[in-house]
Design a protein around this ligand. Structure first.
Ligand SMILES: Cc1cc2nc3c(=O)[nH]c(=O)nc-3n(C[C@H](O)[C@H](O)[C@H](O)COP(=O)(O)OP(=O)(O)OC[C@H]3O[C@@H](n4cnc5c(N)ncnc54)[C@H](O)[C@@H]3O)c2cc1C
Length: 465
């Protein structure tokens, strides 16, 4: 059976205009966010309903065509990019963008998988609720992609990752059967909870077509501070003390090194209020009591030794403080390339990680520059390494050595090499090197059960190629 026959059957199924084949039409789906991977698909399909996705999967089985699910294509590790064989069909989910149900009384909403994260937040807000997942890519990334990567973000400390926020999923399996587990239940002891198989599976086990997600009361009070501390250990001590004092009201605890703030100041001047050895962005939120919350934070900070600090006095000031943290990745990109890591360690081990990895890198690459920043409240740091020119010209020649040094320290401290961005194509061989072989082998056995012909997102880490 030929590709032409497949494409013709596909066009009959979803409509010719939704089967993209012209080079200029498929280009945006072929290149990953960081321009590291360029694929060549057979075509791009944009099905409009769950029934079309299911029929499409059946057709792909019949013609043995690999499928690459794609949401907003914001993956930073090439997870949604097809290989260069010209055989795979990219399945874009963007037309599945309907709201199925908002059940404010149950604090849940059910959305199709192609709804963007920003739209999901808006839908929640329209029902006077909060959907708390928040990422810098929220205008483009989709609920399906967030689930498939188990996305986290700026409020994981308080609300958890997508795994914690999903109540139920609807998934089209590789053979076209539909697993409907859409449910607003918070408790269900009737067997294994299969949704967890698909969360974090990076499109290798099936196509997520809808999800029921948790909602929360909207916070009506917020207190936000940007504070400088003398060292990383003080930062982590503060994290513990803030949790003791404010419990769940501590929503955000971000950490940035002095080099990060110096870089930001190079581009933004006085918008960066101070440079301290470590700068913390702390936010408390509550359902009411703005004045009391602000006073409590001011009082708590006054009792501590801080190098410097600013407390937001208005919504505008709050957003300006947040902007500094959100601008970090983009500003670093303007400065030049770096070898990036999204590592995670227990938050108590962050000072040890910074000390040990910093020392080992300095010994191997004297004078190297390290930008460390991220969601310290959940142990997840962006740890980006570069060299001064002219050495940085061939930066990626040293990538394997740099990664090995960083990941050795991470695993000594019981951490992970992928706390945020997943594995995709970028880290497959590192997963092989560091993941428990039994865990990896069990994951691949599950893949064989669900996708015996290996047609879902091939060439990524589950296929073991
Ligand atoms: C500026 C920026 C900031 C970011 N910040 C964060 C952050 O703070 N936290 C974080 O976790 N990530 C972050 N990311 C990474 C990225 O945005 C997330 O991984 C996001 O969740 C991916 O969603 P997407 O719709 O773009 O998925 P895509 O990139 O399209 O796909 C990602 C993976 O999911 C699969 N997939 C997509 N849709 C489906 C579906 N419906 N069914 C099955 N599989 C599917 C794909 O096959 C692929 O394997 C950031 C990225 C950028 C560019």
């Amino acid at each position: 059976m030929s590709s032409a026959e497949f494409l013709s059957a596909l066009s009959n199924l979803i409509g010719t205009r939704y089967v993209l084949q012209a080079r200029q039409d498929i280009e945006p789906f072929c290149l990953d966010m960081r321009s590291r991977y360029l694929g060549q698909p057979l075509a791009v399909a944009l099905p409009g309903t769950r029934a079309e996705v299911a029929e499409l999967a059946r057709l792909a089985q019949r013609f043995c065509v690999p499928l690459v699910p794609q949401g907003g294509n914001t993956s930073t590790c090439g997870a949604a990019t097809p290989d260069a064989s010209g055989r795979a069909l990219v399945v874009g989910l963007r037309r599945l963008d309907r709201t199925i149900e908002v059940d404010a009384a149950n604090n849940s909403m059910t959305l199709e998988a192609g709804v963007t994260l920003a739209r999901a937040q808006q839908i929640a807000e329209e029902a006077d609720r909060l959907f708390p997942l928040s990422l810098a890519s929220e205008g483009s990334c989709q609920i399906g992609g967030n689930l498939a990567t188990n996305a986290g973000g700026l409020a994981v400390l308080r609300y958890g990752t997508m795994r914690d926020l999903a109540l139920g999923l609807e998934v089209v399996l590789p053979d076209g059967r539909v697993l409907n587990q859409l449910s607003g239940l918070r408790k269900d002891t009737s067997g294994l909870d299969l949704k967890h198989l698909f969360i974090g599976s990076e499109g290798q086990l099936g196509l997520i077509t809808a999800a029921t997600l948790k909602l929360f009361p909207r916070p009506r009070a917020r207190a936000t501070a940007l504070v400088g501390v003398a060292d990383a250990q003080t930062a982590i001590d503060w994290l513990g003390a803030l949790r003791d004092r404010f419990a769940d009201r501590l929503t955000t605890f971000e950490m940035m090194s002095a080099d990060c703030l110096t870089l930001l100041r190079d581009y933004q001047g006085d918008k960066v209020p101070f440079i301290a050895p470590w700068t913390l962005l702390i936010e408390l939120s509550d359902s009411d009591g703005q004045q009391a919350l602000e006073s409590a934070l001011v009082e708590w900070l006054a009792e501590r030794e801080m190098v410097d600090g600013v407390i937001a006095q208005s919504e505008g000031e709050r957003l300006a403080l947040w902007q500094l943290r959100e601008d970090m990745s983009e500003t670093q990109k303007r400065r030049g390339p770096s070898i990036k890591h999204d590592i995670g360690v227990p938050s108590s081990a962050i000072p040890a990680f910074l000390a040990q990895a910093g020392l080992a890198l300095e010994q191997a690459f004297p004078g190297c520059s390290i930008m460390a920043f991220g969601h310290a409240g959940d142990g997840n740091l962006h740890y980006n390494v570069s060299f001064t020119r002219p050495r940085n010209a061939d930066l990626f020649d040293d990538e394997e050595r740099v990664n090995r040094i960083v990941y050795d320290v991470v695993y000594r401290l019981n951490g992970t090499l992928a706390a945020e961005h997943g594995i995709g194509q970028l880290k497959t061989h590192w997963l092989e090197a560091y993941k428990d072989p039994l865990a990896l082998s069990l994951m691949r056995s599950l893949k064989t059960v669900l996708d015996p012909n290996g047609l879902m997102n091939p060439g990524k880490w589950l296929s073991g190629e």
